[in-house]
Structures are given as structure tokens and as C-alpha cells.
Design a protein around this ligand. Structure first.
Ligand code: ADP
Ligand code: ZN
Ligand code: ZN
Length: 708
């Protein structure tokens, strides 16, 4: 007897090969089993998708009965249980929705080390892992008494099917709610598993220890595992195997964790659900938040999305309890109060148009920071631009530090005296003199975190802390934390109180539970107010609310200090409605206003979008490809319903000598847009092979794009 086995393997994106490849086997492997199969001259990992008995008409082993010779499967990794139907359904859905091949999604979801292991090696690993499992200590950690808001929220999560949108202020105790929900579930059901997703785990090492401290005593060493791209391949494999085998009960991970194999998944938490990093920005551009909701429904797992500033999509999809008139599918649970009755910081707006020209930090803000540090409190200053200065320029001839490979300036980094392109990475030593006219006096224009740190250091050089020590200014951004372990030690210095003024990018705005910061300042947020990206105000509002949330987190500390928390914003537009809502900490008000504008303009969430992008050596080629794809699409199902805009260059149009263009697609129906995209794929492949595709390096479709 011969079986035809259809296997998902990683074929190159947009390859001509179909989604599944067929192989022959004399014993039928189980659906979902991992196998090794020949592909070209290599042997690759694959997942069994279909198995079908075939007539062996020619009587020869390996014959498919259709006249095509099937190669046999090389090996079945039978030490592992097959992947579940639920997992495979998730892969099928994601592949269809985001317009990628099934094999690409399936294989990207598996840990890379699996590709190299034989069945015997796997079996050995699994045995070792089972032995190392440690029993719980039975001694439960002491837990804080829940606030009323937390209790009500937990009860709702227990009794309602969800999905839930947990709308809780920064510092309202959302994380504690997640911990308790997970604990309740796992104690009730001894096999159940929970998935907790966070935007960027390495930014919040605190969270990982908080989960381990809580759950190791209850469920044993190894009950909590992490899954994120900062882990080594062996670490990822160990986590994956533990979850797949059910020995690990809780996965704490970033967006990639949404594809974890968790056969007994019963609860999914998506913390900071509004965070843009849930959207993958390369390869299959999936939204882990949206897939989490889909997976929850498919697997019968409860889904909790949490945020102080929910995405407008989720907000629009949610309804307050007891108000079915608002039609959202998600149940909205609100926790407005901060733990310990701490007040949210008071917002001060500084009108920069009234300041002397070239003011970096207004006098009033400087004085406020000075007051804080003199009392031993900490301040935090944001500037969303790293490096010393965004441009280096010659005053004589007008030369600027452009990147030769990109349509962007190279950033001046004073620390190692380099000019670095933040887009292609091209780095050079700073020239001694202007490369164009020889003027030795070239100077930095504008300001990044490095220069701000230096500036603040100078301003506070003469000041002392209450303990007589000099004021310490520190900086945390992508540059300062490049070294392994650097972020942890820098955060520790903030937590321990060594640092008085912390300068940083949005990296420090999110998630950190700083206890002694009482003042937060955003120096230059105006750019986002008038951006061409319609999501820019939403992101700015959320970033500023998050930043404000870093101040005054410890109500008892504020009381001891007899202080209140402050948020300072320097802007040229102090009367902008966004700041008005921010001053009132009024997310619902902001959301209502934004949603009204989006509805009037027919933008998401009231319409659905996709981008078609093309890269080529010339902008003309890239745009030509896109416009041809649009012009020739008229016969495709749904084409008349999909609004296709003309091709335009990306805002940074050239990166590493590649010209980039995109075309926006908009449709009032998600289903119609999906049908159209599915039909369009074939045309795009064809075009790429024809004259319009000549010189096109690549194209891709981004469904529900987050940046336009
Ligand atoms: P969020 O996730 O909403 O920002 P957290 O869950 O981090 O808030 O809570 C903020 C702080 O309050 C943390 O230090 C946490 O340990 C503490 N906390 C949370 N719940 C309680 C509670 N019920 N009683 C006392 N402290 C709490
Ligand atoms: Zn010059
Ligand atoms: Zn560059």
C-alpha cells in the first residue's frame, strides 16, 4: 500500500512551487507529524498536512498513480506528538489572510534547531527535559490583596467568555490581573496552558522575573518559559519542546509566541495590545494581536487584550459591560484607578513659540527638574532621536551628511566620532573638514539623546543631591544598550536610585515600573501632529500616556516625599486637541474624536487596507510595476470594490540603493479585499516575469499595514 503525503515545507516566498509538496510513504504518518523530506538536493523539515491512500497502478513503489514519481519521505520525527489541528488551522488562516505560503508560515513558526535534529537526537533531548522537571515547592508566595477594581475585573474574566479589552490606567495593576487569571486557570485545570504576550520582552526583564517568582512555587521549575527572538536557538528549542509536550504551562513571549505549539491553550493575554511591535514588519506581515484573537476563538481559549491606550481598532470593537447597544464584540473592562490611590501626573504644556529661539529645554522645565533632583527624586526626559545630532553640516557651502546609499542623512555619533546611516548602516569616521569645500568647521545640526545627555550634564554640573553627591545623568537608547546585559545594568542603576536624570528614546517609555520617578518630560513631540500617516496622532497619544505612566508609580513614595507627579510637554501647538485630551488623561475622549474623524474620512477601522510594495533599482520601475498591477486587475473578483490609489514613493524612498514604492488599497469590506488579494497574487507573479517586472527586485503585500 502506498500513501501520498502532502507536506508543508519552507519554499522561498513567492516561489512557483505550490503550497504543499507531495511525497510517498508505505506507512501513513499522522497528520501534523514532523517529517524530513528531500527537496532538491537538500533534506528539509516539513509538517504533514494531508495523507491519502493512492492506487499503485504501475505497481512500482513511489508511484503516485498519476504518472508522477513521488519521492519517499526520508524520516518521521515520531518522538514528537503531531502538531494539533488547531495549530494547523491557525497556520492556514494566517497564510491565507496575510497572503503568504502555508509552508513559510508553518516552518517559521517552528524553532530553527528542529531543522537539524534527527529523530534519535530529539528523543534523547525529550528524555533529558522530562528528567529535569522539578516539583512545585507547595509554598505559595504571599500575594497582595486585590483592589475592588481588580476583583471585579477578575470575576468578569472568570464568568464571561470574552474576548476582553482590559482598559486600565498605567499602574492600575493590570499585570496582577493577568497573573491571577493565569493562576486561577492553571490551578483549576492541571493540564491547561496560558500564553502571555508582551511587545518587547528584553525591554522589561522585570516582567519575566515577576512571572517566574509567582509561578515556579505553584507549578514547579520550568512551568514558565520564554519565547522571543533574543534567545539562542537551543533556548528556543527547549521552550518550544516544553510547551509542545505540555510540561511548560505558561509561555511569556513576543509576537512570534502566537504560533507556539500549545496543545492545551486556554488563555491568551496580549499586554499593551496597541503596541506596533505586534505587527511583524518583514516576511509574513502578521498581526500577533489579531491572530491571538483568532486563535483564542478557534481553540476555545479566553483572550484578554490589555492597555491604557487601546488601539482604535480594539476600542471600536469593544463595548462597555451592560451596554449591548454599543455593538463591539469585546467586553470592555475598565480599571481607571492607580494602585494606592496614586494620582496620574499633572500635565504641563510649555509653549515653545514663546521661548527664545533655539531653546532646547525651557527655563521652567529646567527649574522643575532641578527641584526634583535636589529632593532626591528622579526625572526622565524623552527625545525620540538617538545619536548626537541628526545631521552634520557645513555652514560655508551647505554640505550635509547625506547617506550616499539612501535618501536620508547620516546621524552624527560623537562617542565614537562616526556618521552612521540609521537605515542602511553605512558608517564612516567623521571627516576632519567639509568633504566638499575643505572648511574645517563643520557642525552638528539639531539634537539627539547623546547631545541632550551631554547638555543636561553641563547644566547640572554644579548641583548636588541631598546626599552631597554630584547629580548623575544617564542615557538609555538603542546605542547605549547594544552590549549584552547593558540594558539590565542601566535599568538597575535607575531602580537603585544611582541615576537622577534619565535621558532616552521611547525605549524607556514603556512598561518599566520605576518607583522613584516623579517627573517625565517629552521635549519635541510635534512631528507626529502633522504627519502624513493617519495613525501618527494615535501613536503619539499612546506614547505620551505611557510616558506619563512612568511618573509617580509609587503612591507611598510620593506621600513620603510630599510630592506629586508631573508630565511636561514642550510643543509649538499647546492648544492642539490631542494635548487637551492628554491633560485630562482622557483616552475615551481622544478615541471618540479620532474615531469620528476616521469615520468621516472612511479610514480604518471603518475601512480595510492593504499595501502593495515594490523595490527596484529605479523609482520609475517600482512605480511602473505597481501601476501596471493595478491597471490589469480590473477582471479580478472584487476589483470594482477595492479602491486602488496611484503608486507613490515611500517616505524614505531609497535605502541601500534600492528605490521603494507602494500602492494603497482600500475597501469597505474585509472579505472583498481578501478575495481580491487572493486573486491578484497570480497576476503579480505573472507581471514580475514579464516586461513590467524587469528590474523589480521584490514585491510584497502588507495586509492591515500599520504605517502608511
Ligand atoms: P500595570 O500593569 O497596570 O501598569 P502593575 O500590575 O505593574 O500595573 O501594578 C503597578 C504596581 O502596583 C506594581 O508594583 C504592582 O506590584 C503593584 N500592585 C498591583 N496590584 C496590587 C495590589 N492589589 N495591591 C498592592 N500593590 C499592587
Ligand atoms: Zn563645505
Ligand atoms: Zn544609508
Amino acid at each position: 500500500m502506498i500513501w501520498r503525503v502532502d507536506v508543508a515545507v519552507q519554499t522561498p516566498a513567492h516561489s512557483a512551487l505550490g503550497d504543499l509538496l507531495s511525497y510517498a510513504s508505505t506507512v501513513p504518518p499522522r497528520i501534523g507529524a514532523l517529517v524530513r523530506v528531500p527537496l532538491g538536493r537538500r533534506e528539509v523539515l516539513g509538517v504533514v498536512w494531508n495523507v491519502q491512500e493512492v492506487q499503485d497502478t504501475q505497481g512500482a513503489p513511489g508511484s503516485s498513480g498519476t504518472g508522477i514519481e513521488l519521492k519517499p519521505i526520508a524520516a518521521v520525527l515520531d518522538a514528537l506528538d503531531p502538531l494539533t489541528d488547531g495549530w494547523r488551522d491557525l497556520v492556514v488562516f494566517a497564510a491565507g489572510y496575510y497572503q503568504r505560503s502555508l509552508g513559510e508560515i508553518a516552518l517559521a513558526a517552528l524553532p530553527p534547531s528542529l531543522r537539524a535534529l534527527t529523530s534519535t537526537q530529539l528523543a534523547r533531548r525529550l528524555k533529558r527535559q522530562a528528567k529535569s522537571a522539578v516539583q512545585p515547592s507547595a509554598e505559595s508566595p504571599e500575594l497582595p490583596a486585590l483592589t475592588d477594581e481588580q476583583s471585579v475585573t477578575l470575576a468578569a474574566i472568570e464568568s464571561d467568555p470574552g474576548p476582553f479589552l482590559l482598559f486600565g490606567s498605567t499602574g492600575s495593576g493590570k499585570t496582577e490581573v493577568y497573573l491571577r487569571s493565569v493562576a486561577a486557570l492553571l490551578q483549576r485545570d492541571p493540564s491547561a496552558q496560558a500564553l502571555v504576550m508582551v511587545p518587547e520582552i528584553n525591554l522589561t526583564p522585570q516582567l519575566e522575573s515577576r512571572f517566574k517568582e509567582r509561578f515556579t512555587p505553584l507549578f514547579g521549575e520550568g512551568a514558565v518559559v520564554s519565547l522571543h527572538s533574543g534567545m539562542t536557538h537551543p533556548q528556543r528549542l527547549a521552550s518550544w519542546l516544553a510547551l509542545h509536550g505540555g510540561t511548560a504551562r505558561i509561555a511569556l513571549g513576543t509576537r512570534m509566541a502566537v504560533f507556539a505549539s500549545m496543545p492545551a491553550l486556554r488563555l491568551i493575554v496580549v499586554d499593551e495590545e496597541h503596541d506596533p511591535s505586534y505587527k511583524q514588519q518583514e516576511g509574513a506581515r502578521y498581526s500577533a494581536r489579531d491572530l491571538a484573537v483568532w486563535r483564542g476563538r478557534r481553540d476555545g481559549a479566553k483572550v484578554v487584550l490589555g492597555s491604557a491606550t487601546p488601539s482604535l481598532e480594539s476600542w471600536n470593537r469593544s463595548r462597555p459591560p451592560g451596554d449591548p447597544s454599543q455593538g463591539g464584540r469585546y467586553l470592555r473592562l475598565a480599571m481607571p484607578a492607580r494602585i494606592g490611590a496614586g494620582a496620574l501626573p499633572r500635565v504641563h504644556l510649555v509653549d515653545m513659540s514663546l521661548q527664545p529661539p533655539k531653546t532646547v529645554i525651557s527655563g521652567a522645565l529646567l527649574e522643575a527638574i532641578g527641584l526634583r533632583v535636589a529632593r532626591g527624586e528622579q526625572s526622565m526626559v524623552f527625545l525620540n532621536r538617538r545619536g548626537y545630532a541628526p545631521v552634520l553640516a557645513c555652514g560655508d557651502c551647505g554640505w550635509k551628511s547625506e547617506c550616499p546609499h539612501c535618501s536620508a542623512y547620516r546621524v552624527f555619533h560623537k562617542i565614537d566620532r562616526t556618521l552612521r546611516c540609521h537605515h542602511c548602516g553605512f558608517t564612516e569616521r567623521v571627516p576632519r573638514a567639509c568633504p566638499s569645500c575643505g572648511n574645517p568647521d563643520i557642525s552638528p545640526v539639531g539634537r539627539g539623546t547623546e547631545r541632550l545627555e551631554e547638555h543636561l550634564g553641563e547644566l547640572f554640573a554644579g548641583s548636588l543631591r541631598p546626599d552631597g553627591q554630584p547629580i548623575r545623568v544617564a542615557r538609555i537608547d538603542a546605542d547605549s544598550t547594544r552590549r549584552e546585559g547593558a540594558l539590565e545594568s542601566q535599568l538597575a542603576a535607575v531602580h537603585s536610585g544611582e541615576v537622577d536624570v534619565l535621558v532616552g528614546t521611547q525605549m524607556i517609555a514603556k512598561g518599566h515600573d520605576f518607583r522613584r520617578i516623579t517627573l517625565v518630560a517629552a521635549l519635541n513631540p510635534d512631528g507626529a501632529l502633522f504627519s502624513s500617516d493617519f495613525r501618527a496622532p494615535e501613536r503619539l497619544f499612546s506614547l505620551l500616556m505611557q510616558s506619563a505612566g512612568r511618573a509617580g508609580r509609587d503612591a507611598a513614595y510620593l506621600a513620603r516625599q510630599n510630592a506629586s507627579a508631573e508630565m511636561w510637554i514642550q510643543t509649538h501647538h499647546p492648544r492642539h486637541p490631542l494635548f487637551d485630551a492628554l491633560r485630562r488623561h482622557d483616552y475615551p475622549g481622544f478615541a471618540e474624536q479620532e474615531l469620528k474623524e476616521r469615520a468621516a474620512a472612511g479610514m480604518p477601522p471603518f475601512s480595510h487596507q492593504a499595501l502593495l510594495r515594490a523595490d527596484a533599482r529605479t523609482q520609475e520601475t517600482a512605480q511602473g510595476f505597481l501601476n501596471a498591477a493595478s491597471a490589469q486587475a480590473t477582471h479580478i473578483e472584487g476589483a470594482e470594490r477595492v479602491n486602488r490609489y496611484p503608486a507613490v514613493p515611500l517616505s524614505i524612498q531609497r535605502v541601500a540603493n534600492v528605490e521603494r514604492a507602494q500602492m494603497l488599497l482600500e475597501c469597505d469590506s474585509r472579505a472583498a479585499l481578501q478575495r481580491f488579494l487572493a486573486g491578484w497574487q497570480e497576476l503579480l507573479h505573472e507581471l514580475r516575469r514579464g516586461p513590467e517586472g524587469k528590474g523589480v527586485l521584490r514585491w510584497l503585500i502588507d495586509v492591515d499595514p500599520q504605517t502608511i
